[in-house]
Write a protein that binds this ligand. Structure first.
Ligand code: FAD
Length: 367
């Protein structure tokens, strides 16, 4: 008999398993996949740590979370500074002085850039933006919109910006310094040796069963543990009785090349609509490796999600939130199961939020 069965060996499940083991609880972790680490899984291929379920950059402003994660890995000082390719032009993200001076040859100072953007906004202002296109032009003017926002956003959502609702984009931050750091957080980095090692360390000394789907054998698993922590999709747990919760998904096409350096940066966004992928990730640059003879890239294609596809980003619109609340109500009646993680709570969590949420659950379990 186990004290806890943790369903899902992702960051949420592993954090809880690690903390519960420290409290001398007997824990079993199962995962339906053939590997641990959930979506932060990195696979070492030819010496390169490939982010199999999409690029993951650890960033947080929470000092406690930052020092917590350091016990499982040493982090490098990677700073996410994506590049944009639009036709034969290259720009820096987020929108900053490097971007502006390249977009407009007569811009040299922050004052020039402010004036230019204000001028563009004023000349093309639309009083009541009816769609995302009009909203974006109001926020940053037509040049930034046309080159850096339009095609990328349309690919992400599978529809032209003029057919998307205005509320999707509330802000498009502009920065009047020469700073290409994508995140505003205090701490940032990539674990040296990959993310899987973090989860390996967390699960060290804990019994783990892979290729094991809890829902295939629910009664048996319920009978072997006093309490269950379920980090799979909440709608699936209840047999989709109210219908499936929607997600957005991404397809990754990964290719290996016999060359040292494919694009010179970990992340290059393609904002031209005619190029079907949204980004290319070159995994070795997360670890500053330019020496190995090979490189591995992943092209990311945004796709409409269909039931059965990998659920990546919850679509927290009114319809889905109502549906989730119905499942949450059902969940509150199942006293021996705690629902957690991004799938169990139907909420997008960055890795730092995931750790914070796991600690909240731990506190509840102790009550
Ligand atoms: P998961 O990692 O999804 O783990 C859930 C596990 O449960 C899975 O392994 C699954 O196989 C298993 N499971 C499900 N159902 C069952 C079942 N019935 N039986 C057994 N096992 C089951 N965060 C950042 O901080 N920085 C980033 O740069 C970043 N980039 C991201 C990019 C993408 C494309 C996505 C989708 C997310 C990104 N995140 C990022 C968020 C990060 O991935 C999450 O915070 C984290 O993975 C959440 O962990 P989890 O354990 O809740 O979920």
């Amino acid at each position: 008999m186990y004290d806890y069965l943790v369903v899902g060996a992702g960051l949420f499940g592993a954090t809880l398993a690690y903390e519960l083991k420290k409290k001398n609880k007997k824990v079993l972790v199962i995962d339906k996949r053939d590997h641990i680490a959930g979506n932060i899984y990195t696979k070492n291929i030819d010496g390169i740590n490939v982010h199999v379920y999409g690029a993951h950059i650890f960033h947080t402003s929470d000092k406690e979370v930052w020092s917590y994660i350091q016990q499982f890995a040493e982090f490098n000082n990677y700073i996410n500074s994506p590049i944009v390719r639009y036709k034969n032009e290259l720009y820096n993200l987020p929108f900053n002085m490097n971007t502006f001076t390249k977009l407009w040859p007569d811009v040299f100072t922050p004052e020039d850039a402010r004036r230019k953007i204000e001028e563009e906004k004023k000349n093309f202002h639309i009083d009541e933006p009816k769609n995302l296109e009009e909203q974006a032009i109001n926020l940053v003017g037509p040049t930034i919109y046309e080159k850096l926002v339009k095609g990328y956003t349309a690919k992400q959502w599978g529809r032209p910006c003029a057919e998307l609702p205005a509320f999707i984009i509330k802000r498009l931050p502009v920065r009047f310094t020469f700073d290409n750091n994508y995140f505003n957080d205090k701490y940032q980095g990539i674990p040296i040796g990959g993310y899987t090692k973090i989860i390996e360390k967390m699960l060290d000394g804990i019994e783990v069963k892979l290729n094991t789907n809890y829902l295939d054998n629910k009664e048996y698993f319920n009978s072997i543990a006093k309490h269950i922590i379920y980090t799979g999709p909440i709608d699936e747990f209840f047999g989709f009785k109210y219908g499936p919760l929607e997600f957005r998904t991404v397809e990754f096409k990964t290719e290996e090349y016999n060359m040292k350096n494919y694009q010179g940066n970990a992340v290059v966004n393609y904002t031209e609509y005619e190029i079907p992928y949204t980004r290319i990730i070159e995994h070795k640059h997360f670890e500053f490796d330019t020496e190995s003879e090979k490189t591995i890239i992943s092209k990311e294609y945004s796709k409409a999600w269909m039931p059965g596809d990998e659920p990546y980003y919850p679509v927290n619109n009114e319809k889905n939130n109502c549906l989730y609340n119905q499942y949450k109500e059902e969940a509150s009646k199942v006293s021996n199961v705690t629902f957690g993680g991004r799938l169990g709570l139907y909420k997008y969590y960055d890795m730092d939020d995931t750790i914070i949420e796991a600690f909240k659950v731990l506190k509840d379990l102790e009550k």
